[in-house]
Ligand binder design. Structure first.
Ligand SMILES: [Zn+2]
Length: 495
């Protein structure tokens, strides 16, 4: 939703303004006292030459009472009805009404009389387009509220709504002005932009973090940057100018404990709620990258995402590290893409370097630009799809056209089907415990298999400890070596 704020000419037209204040008895600090609220309103009124004060309406000493018992509120409604008021300013939603449902009801009623409202704390002007959006959000809360019966729940939801704004939380890159609106802090914003830029260009969170620490960049909090701070930064929708309401909510009116909202109550996203630090496209790319790097089904899918499909069975390929696999005496760099996800056929495994080389050379040819490595940020922008074959790759471009490239494998044994065959044998040896491997990220091994292996390894370790001499002889057995291939530089390997 894109909201354009329409500049109105409030300053030119004289407006008859009323203010409404209320103090509830229970726990109002001095700053919230009736006199202070009234003082604040007088100050505001004095600032606007074209505002003519109608009256300050003030109800005192009433908490959670119905409108019936709020004499001044009633009087204000009467004056509005009589056409004496154009604009009402009030401290906050909770001062104005008992709950959001009430609030919406009165706002609608007043708007029908041609009266707009301004809620100081929330920064909502009901005459603004963007506020209309916030009112819609409020209406959703109200709907939720009307379903609940108990007064306690109502109170809880209102508190949740207030908590949902999260206006009081200090966020790196922003500060709050007096109205608690987000203002950009330029030096910090520059760091935020840098972090996003580097992340979408393929740098890992760990590398970015290390560099920030090395340069002595001041962290959002504490003495030293922590991984979690970077994670939160890369996920925070506030950097793109949005606000998610009700990220947390209050458990109950008794505990007032703030709980992270995992769907227990509705969440609302307000797009364009304040100034943005990061471009929306980059932000969205960062979210996609982050999703791809989540190793949920045993393998990550960065940077190709779901572009790669097994030509033999049609299942999406996943990325695996192929850790400790040798390739002509050297480790296979950057892992591979194989049909080893859920229900995969395990008959196709393409080494990433060969795929990357094909995609990069096609990209450079197509756009006459030098890309050195495959990064999601340009892959996402320029590639429509990639079709894989046994020895060919076809790249379809978003700009139109396609490239068909031969996979330049150094050895026929690395053609995807042949390689998958060999790899399956290797996996089998690991599962049977005949071969050791650091299974982390190894494709095709997950869940129960890994547990079996680690149990077997525990037993081995136990036995190794009993006969230390046997251990040395096993070193190097971690390496998978292709059939008929002599490993160079390997030491202590049993042949
Ligand atoms: Zn397959």
């Amino acid at each position: 939703m894109q909201v354009t704020k329409l500049e109105n000419n409030k300053e030119d037209v004289h407006m008859r303004v009323a203010a409404y204040c209320r103090v509830s008895t229970d726990k109002d600090a001095q700053a919230e006292s009736l006199e202070n609220q009234m003082e604040a309103f007088r100050y505001r009124l004095a600032l606007h030459k074209n505002w003519d004060l109608v009256k300050i309406y003030a109800d005192e000493g009433l908490s959670g009472t119905s409108v019936k018992n709020r004499a001044r509120f009633q009087e204000m409604l009467d004056d509005c009805r009589a056409g004496r008021v154009d604009y009402i300013i009030t401290k906050s939603i909770s001062r104005f009404a008992r709950n959001t449902l009430d609030c919406i009801r009165y706002v609608r009623k007043l708007q029908a009389m041609g009266v707009q409202l301004y809620f100081e704390k929330e920064g909502i002007d009901t005459g603004d387009a963007s506020s209309e959006m916030l009112m819609t959000v409020m209406a959703s809360f109200a709907q939720e509220e009307s379903r609940s019966i108990s007064e306690n729940t109502k109170w809880g939801i209102r508190k949740r709504f207030e908590a949902g704004h999260e206006v009081k939380v200090r966020l790196y890159g922003f500060r709050h002005d007096e109205k608690e609106a987000y203002q950009i802090v330029p030096e910090e914003a520059e760091i935020v932009r840098e972090v996003f830029r580097r992340y979408v260009h393929g740098e890992s969170r760990a590398d970015i973090l290390k560099d920030l620490i090395r340069r002595g960049v001041k962290p959002p909090a504490g003495d030293c940057w922590k991984p979690l701070q970077l994670d939160r930064m890369l996920q925070n929708e506030k950097y793109v100018g949005d606000s998610v309401l009700q990220k947390t909510y209050t458990e109950s009116h008794l505990t007032h404990r703030q709980i992270r909202n995992h769907g227990q109550v509705p969440m609302y996203r307000v797009v364009g709620a304040h100034a943005a630090i990061v471009d929306r496209h980059i932000f969205e790319q960062a979210q996609k990258i982050s999703d791809m790097k989540k190793i949920c089904s045993g393998n990550s899918t960065y940077p190709y995402g779901d572009m790669l499909i097994c030509p033999l069975c049609g299942k999406p390929l996943t990325h695996g590290s192929l850790s400790n696999f040798s390739y002509m005496g050297r480790r296979i760099q950057n892992g591979g893409w194989g049909c080893y996800g859920d229900g995969g056929c395990r008959k196709y495994l393409l080494i990433q370097n060969f795929l990357d080389a094909a995609v990069i050379s096609s990209y450079n040819e197509k756009f006459d630009e030098e890309a050195e490595q495959v990064d999601f940020y340009w892959l996402d922008d320029s590639v429509e799809g990639i079709r894989l074959g046994e020895d060919k790759v076809t790249i379809c471009w978003k700009a139109g056209g396609r490239n068909r490239v031969k996979l330049r494998v150094s050895d026929e044994r690395f053609l995807p089907s042949a390689f998958a065959d060999y790899y399956n044998g290797f996996l089998g040896r690991i599962i049977r415990g005949e071969q050791k491997n650091n299974c982390k990220g190894l494709m095709g091994l997950k869940g129960a298999n890994v547990n079996d292996i680690s149990q077997k390894r525990m037993r081995d370790k136990h036995e190794d400890n009993k006969s230390p001499g046997a251990k040395r002889g096993q070193e190097g057995a971690d390496c998978g070596v292709l059939p008929g291939q002599h490993q160079t530089g390997g030491t202590g390997r049993q042949s």
